[in-house]
Design a protein around this ligand. Structure first.
Ligand SMILES: C[S@@+](CC[C@H](N)C(=O)[O-])C[C@H]1O[C@@H](n2cnc3c(N)ncnc32)[C@H](O)[C@@H]1O
Length: 197
């Protein structure tokens, strides 16, 4: 199904057709982009790149920029002519290990009984999908690689803390923003045994 929407990051002249499976840039996407400003390196991956604005913001700071999405979003066409690689894939399952310096994820994070809308339904406690994507991202990280993940006060913090503990990860709060009904958090995850004091 296609709907017509006006998107804030498009030029004022543009009125384009955006498919309902494309997650348009929102406060969460913007907060993640803000946090991203201080990161650079060789290779980076965004899992669930949606319309591609986060990936575009990384140009010039990484040599190789790759995005995956499990749905054929309009981001594939938008980034088609660019030097950013896009892959229609589930999470990070298609990559060999130890490839990336940075993996970013703005997962679907709202608690839901079922996964009907892959852009927002986070499953049980809101961390079910995020936990699966983070689990796929970990083997693809270089030894000192980092993950930036956006979560919400709606997402189970207990499940997130348990995930970090079970996988030997430190979670540093990079930034947060209070909205009307929720608070958004961006965490930087790193393997504890790789942190340089
Ligand atoms: C909250 S939206 C974020 C979109 C974009 N990264 C942003 O910040 O605006 C979550 C994105 O993850 C994608 N997604 C959900 N499950 C996925 C999976 N298993 N593998 C890859 N992408 C997935 C959705 O299609 C959607 O584009």
């Amino acid at each position: 199904m296609q709907i017509f929407l006006r998107h804030s990051s498009l030029s004022s002249k543009e009125r384009i057709e955006i498919s309902t499976m494309t997650y348009l840039s929102r406060e969460d996407s913007e907060l993640l982009r803000e946090a991203l400003r201080s990161y650079s390196g060789d290779c980076c991956l965004e899992i669930g790149f949606g319309y591609g604005s986060n990936l575009l913001s990384l140009r010039g700071r990484f040599n190789l920029i790759i995005g995956t999405d499990v749905q054929r979003t309009d981001g594939f066409e938008r980034l088609g002519e660019s030097d950013i690689d896009t892959v229609l894939a589930d999470g990070a399952t298609c990559f060999r290990s130890r490839m990336f310096d940075l993996v970013l994820i703005n997962p679907p994070y709202l608690p839901s009984e079922e996964i009907l809308d892959k852009t927002i339904d986070g499953g049980c406690g809101g961390f079910e999908v995020a936990g699966r994507l983070l689990g796929q991202a970990l083997p693809t990280l270089r030894s000192e690689g980092k993950i930036l993940v956006l979560l919400s006060s709606e997402t189970s913090k207990t499940d997130f803390d348990l995930f970090c503990r079970d996988h030997g990860l430190s979670a540093r709060l990079v930034t947060c923003r209070r909205l009307f009904l929720e608070t958004l958090f961006v965490y930087e995850l790193q393997r504890i045994d790789c942190i340089i004091p």
